[in-house]
Design a protein around this ligand. Sequence first.
Ligand SMILES: Cc1cc2nc3c(=O)[nH]c(=O)nc-3n(C[C@H](O)[C@H](O)[C@H](O)COP(=O)(O)OP(=O)(O)OC[C@H]3O[C@@H](n4cnc5c(N)ncnc54)[C@H](O)[C@@H]3O)c2cc1C
Length: 391
Amino acid sequence: MHEVLVVGAGPAGAATAIHLARHGRNVVLVDRAHFPRRKVCGEGIFPAGVRELDQLGILPGISEQISRLRRVRFTLDDVAVEGSFAGEAIGVDRGVLDTALVAAARDSGVDVREGMTVRSLVFDNRGAPIGVATDDGLLEARGIVAADGLNSRLARDAGLHLPGTRHVRYGISAHVQADIDTEAVDVRFRDGYELYITPVGGGRANVALLGSREMVRSLSGQGMAGFKAAVAGELGGGGGAVCFTDEPMAWGPFPARRGRFHRGRLVLTGDAAGFQDGISGEGISLALVSARECAEAVEQALRTGRTAPFRAYEWQVRAHARNSTLLARLNLFLAAKPRLARAALQGLAQRPETFDRLIGINCGDQRFRDLRPRDLLPVALAMRRLRKASG
Ligand SMILES: Cc1cc2nc3c(=O)[nH]c(=O)nc-3n(C[C@H](O)[C@H](O)[C@H](O)COP(=O)(O)OP(=O)(O)OC[C@H]3O[C@@H](n4cnc5c(N)ncnc54)[C@H](O)[C@@H]3O)c2cc1C
């Protein structure tokens, strides 16, 4: 029997495994994929995530293959507003990042098993999880970390997932060769979807599109013709031609919600513990922060033989996610109401420092209580403009 089994070697699983190996634990890390593998993502990592990567010692090895991001720009029609990150943010291809994390796990002594699919959670005769069934047989462990992403099989088997909401969203992403601002994440609100353009180093950009199930279905038909046309329309200049360096892929649905984060010795982390929406750009950061806290909770649970640390861990992660989840919901509300969104952006364009503060709140570096009364002015202006516009 292993001390700890981690299922899923994305940022959450690989980071949890590294932290636990550094505590001296014997860890096995399993993923169905072989790395590098593709992951549908916007590939922007905000300051909290960069700090975690720094602690893990990942940054020096990938520093030649990233873009250093300083700004975020929101555009709707002819209105644009730009804000700055308070700390270091980066754009990085997930093929590069996730492979570096898996390599670091291996270097830390983790037993990494790529190409191994977990089929189900295995329980003892009292209904407590004891391990997982894989194509290569049973793996048992004293601690089991489910880091198997958005559609977590283990969260489902453990009965920890909650039913989905009625309005779900999907994402599509791909890489293009592009001559763009290499320091900014460019978010464009379009009719029915948002497009995120993030430089990821080497003259390439990630383009990620987020929209409703119906919108993503219509754009992904006929070999992603609609998505490619939308990207060409944005980045192709007058000629409309864009050089894709890989095939677009779609992923979803989200949000994914969880009732609790643990059952017995099984604990969830990263997207497996819930995911609101790609619109926040905080998923990887949250995965890395929650991985460190998850590893701490597993370590304490192994030492004490109790599961109380898992409850404290759940509380911490929910607290980290609260503000970015709230802002994501606000953005989604605005994205569905273009006139209101336009008016809000016009207000923010007049007070870019408010936009900076909102970015800080989204990234967890500031709190809502840091907003000043004057920061509410853009909202008031938006409401006034809207009232005027509607006569
Ligand atoms: C369209 C879109 C845009 C996004 N943009 C951003 C962004 O710009 N910035 C940001 O920070 N976040 C973004 N996110 C969120 C981000 O991608 C996730 O939050 C992040 O990948 C979570 O990491 P994770 O390790 O929890 O899961 P994942 O990265 O999904 O890793 C899960 C791993 O588990 C493995 N796995 C799954 N099932 C099994 C199984 N049964 N057996 C074995 N292995 C299994 C998978 O192969 C995978 O490697 C975006 C998400 C979407 C969908």
